[in-house]
Ligand binder design. Structure first.
Ligand code: MG
Length: 297
């Protein structure tokens, strides 16, 4: 199932995208009776029947997808987004080449950091470039995992049971703030630095994306030019391993978002670097989820 948060008739709604039989009307959105996505995830976590009801609405008549404005699927995360740094080998190498002091290679353990997100950026939204504060604005396409039920002391082999679904996250980074402050929190946590969407693909048993851990093509284009391409099967620290490690000491609540790291090809990886400028269009694509498109302003 593809779940969305959207604005329709001036109200924020949660819905599921359905394919209609009539080709001319294309995809539709069937609205669901939840105030927001976090409530939906929590209800589904607590009550299996609620999940079955959710699946039953896909046959109902909805409104055309073109008539709604898509918002980030979880516009206001309840907690920080948990992020992994250096989780694809080739990206680890390009980062070390850019700044060996800030991005040490060959780490035996996962790099975790936190991204502050008061409001996640919408699909087809804007990335603010903060002229005067930021000179080295960069993109990072990432697979984000959404936790579906309270997770504590999870074993790697049961990690799949705790995953609600997946979305695309662009981990926008101000490289000058990130390296200058010797700590990533500020450089990655500015307002508007977390575009997310366009939907959450749930971890259904019936869909092709249900394989766990997911092996999905992941790519990023800037102004139509491909910059990043990889596959989520190439994560250094896999989703089961991440969940096992984090939940050994940290309770992950339903709705928690984990950004699993970016592949090679970010702006700082080029020589000379190719940072974002006003008017650039960044398109992050992951197989079976869709494309998250943002414009730098
Ligand atoms: Mg990242």
């Amino acid at each position: 199932m593809k779940l969305v948060t959207c604005r329709y008739e001036d109200r924020e709604r949660v819905g599921v995208i359905t394919e209609t039989a009539q080709a001319e009307s294309g995809q539709e959105v069937v609205f669901l009776p939840y105030p927001d996505m976090n409530s939906l995830i929590e209800t589904a976590a607590a009550d299996e029947k609620a999940w079955e009801q959710l699946e039953s609405v896909v046959h109902l008549k909805g409104v055309p997808l073109a008539d709604v404005k898509l918002l980030a699927p979880i516009p206001r995360p309840r907690q920080d987004v948990i992020c992994l740094g250096m989780n694809y080998r080739a990206h680890e190498e390009e980062a070390a080449k850019y700044d060996a002091g800030a991005f040490t290679k060959e780490r035996p353990v996962a790099v975790y950091f936190s991204k502050r997100v008061s409001r996640a950026g919408d699909p087809e939204g804007e990335i603010p470039r903060y002229e005067g504060l930021v000179e080295r604005l960069d993109y990072e396409v990432e697979l984000a995992v959404i936790i579906g039920k309270t997770a504590k002391n999870v074993r790697a082999e049961e990690a799949g049971d705790y995953v609600f679904g997946y979305t695309i996250l662009n981990d926008i980074s101000a490289r000058d703030l990130q390296t200058g402050h010797k700590q990533w929190y500020f450089g990655k946590g500015l307002d508007g630095f977390t575009p997310m969407g366009p939907c959450i693909v749930t971890k259904d048993k019936t869909s092709p994306e249900a394989a766990f851990p997911p092996a999905l093509e992941i790519s990023c284009r800037v102004n139509g030019e491909e910059r990043q391409r990889s596959n989520t099967s190439l994560l250094i620290h896999s989703i089961p391993r991440i969940l096992e490690e984090l939940t050994a000491g940290m309770t992950l609540l339903p709705g928690t978002i984990i950004a699993t790291g970016t592949p090679a090809g970010v702006g700082m990886g080029f020589d000379p670097p190719r940072f974002l400028k006003a008017g650039d269009v960044v398109e992050c694509t992951i197989e079976h989820i869709g494309t998250l498109r943002s414009t730098v302003v």
